[in-house]
Write a protein that binds this ligand. Structure first.
Ligand SMILES: [Zn+2]
Ligand SMILES: [Zn+2]
Length: 495
């Protein structure tokens, strides 16, 4: 598609010699809002706070163009240039390797497009990003918004108050809560405060599993509020809602939409991925907005900023059941990889596992890599044939996790995919090969955090079998020990 500028607005024109794809037009004129224009409320609902492509929406080009000419719809360039460097306006990609060109039938040129966010629909040099410039949809709020009846632990309450405060003042705040602290409940008062002052709020998390798990809990806590639940393929894609819960990828479709964004598990991705998701969060929020970050394991930079007073944060150092976090023990197990090549496991690891099987204690065992894990599986199945192994691409993954829940599997071998998100009430945890670089401080803290989750079984043994202690292991243990001692100091633990 090509445009010319006429009477202070973009007019589609594919034939004129001075027509251009939108990226090449120096500034995009925005026609003034025509108060007499009867806008389509469905377009209003769909485009408020969004940045969508024509391909994303069920309206004709003519109808959108009419709304633009009357000032209600905005066009932004899909790809912008900083000097000669292209930048994707949707995902922030500026890596030249992540752009490609194709002969484009819409603009008749060789058209540059972003490969980085291609899975959300192709954004190219001639595609406008559509937004809304008119009044926002009316939302009617009930007098009582929050119906949740539970109570918060002392540690949760302190964090909850700080979250409310940050949301009221449009500030940034980090909640550093240990695994099992109960972080969802910590958000309820803050969400209520946002909604009460008619602020639009979004909870973003990297994983679809978490969106699916949180949606019913939020709908139950806020039963009269429309909740949009967004993930790849979700049906709420076009729903306008005061409360949105989305995967971080879905944030790429929003633009200056939210007065508050709660970003969950900021640490869950490697830095490069995290960077583009941070970009998405920054663009999805309004210029003045609160950002709440949630994590059990902030990265080193953030930990430093917390300690030096550069970052506002609150720790919840204790679990809601008031028992300390299990502290991992380190056990040297020699060259376990070499042993595995000979179809053997280190004797002390075998003994540890054998004790659990005898005692009927359910156990998760983490391995750094799939082939090694698969070599260990038949060795352990000699003790008990119902022992299983699971990894990210395993088609039986959901089924095996479910069987672990119902205790049909006594012992589950796993890669880091089960390091977070899953809760089994009464398990011991081991890592074989804790020295592997895949086991970062954050991964090890999360792994240790799988044990002792329920109030009926608040203890659990966590053992890191290793062939040489690493800094990451030491930092992970130090973080856990320091959370426990903070829990004692603040009177949040019973023993
Ligand atoms: Zn094109
Ligand atoms: Zn992109």
């Amino acid at each position: 598609m090509r445009f010319i500028i006429k009477a202070g607005m973009l007019i589609p024109n594919n034939t004129s010699s001075d027509s251009l794809p939108i990226t090449k037009i120096p500034t995009i004129p925005q026609p003034p809002l025509n108060p007499d224009f009867a806008y389509n409320p469905n377009i209003q609902q769909l485009l408020t706070g969004k940045q969508l492509l024509f391909d994303d929406i069920p309206f004709t080009f003519d109808e959108i163009q009419t709304h633009y000419q009357n000032g209600y719809v905005t066009y932004r360039k899909g790809i912008v240039y900083k000097g000669k460097q292209p930048i994707c306006a949707r995902c922030g990609n500026k890596d030249p390797q992540q752009f490609a060109s194709f002969p484009c039938s819409r603009c008749g040129e060789t058209c540059l497009y972003c490969r980085h966010c291609l899975m959300m629909g192709r954004i190219s040099a001639c595609t406008p990003l559509l937004g809304w410039n008119g009044p926002v949809p009316d939302t009617v709020y009930p007098t009582k918004i929050l119906e949740w009846q539970g109570t918060l632990s002392e540690g949760q309450l302190v964090a909850s108050n700080h979250v409310v405060e940050a949301i009221r003042r449009d500030q940034e705040h980090l909640v550093w809560a240990v695994c099992g602290a109960g972080k969802t409940e910590v958000l309820f008062a803050g969400i209520e405060a946002a909604l009460t002052s008619k602020k639009r709020i979004c909870i973003a998390t990297p994983r679809t599993d978490v969106v699916l798990e949180l949606t019913p809990r939020l709908k139950a806590a806020f039963p009269t509020i429309t909740v949009a639940s967004l993930y790849g393929g979700s049906e709420d894609r076009h729903l306008y809602a005061p409360l949105t819960i989305a995967t971080t990828h879905q944030l790429l479709r929003f633009y200056q939409a939210f007065d508050t964004i709660i970003l969950d598990e900021v640490d869950a991705f490697p830095y490069t991925v995290e960077e583009s998701l941070q970009y998405a969060a920054i663009h999805a929020r309004k210029p003045t907005a609160a950002m709440i970050y949630l994590t059990a394991t902030p990265n080193e930079k953030w930990q430093r900023e917390c300690r030096s007073g550069k970052r506002a944060y609150t720790t919840i150092p204790a679990r809601f059941h008031r028992h300390p976090l299990p502290v991992p023990e380190f056990v040297w197990c020699g060259n376990w990889q070499k042993k595995l090549q000979k179809n053997k496991l280190p004797q002390n690891a075998i003994q540890w596992i054998h004790n659990r099987i005898k005692a009927n204690k359910q156990t998760l065992i983490f391995f750094p890599h799939i082939p090694l894990m698969e070599k260990a599986l038949p060795i352990l199945q000699q003790f008990d044939p119902t022992i299983q192994a699971v990894h990210a691409e395993d088609p039986e993954r959901k089924n095996k996790v479910q069987k672990m829940r119902t205790k049909e599997i006594p012992l589950l071998l796993t890669t880091t995919i089960l390091e977070r998100g899953v809760t089994f009430p009464n398990i011991d945890v081991a890592v074989i090969g804790a020295e592997d670089p895949i086991f970062t401080e954050s991964a090890l803290v999360q792994i240790a955090g799988r044990a002792g989750r329920s109030k009926d079984h608040p203890d659990g043994v966590v053992t890191f079998f290793h062939y040489g202690k690493t800094d990451e292991m030491i930092k992970a243990r130090r973080q856990i020990v320091s959370m426990n001692s903070e829990g004692v100091k603040r009177g949040l633990l019973d023993k």
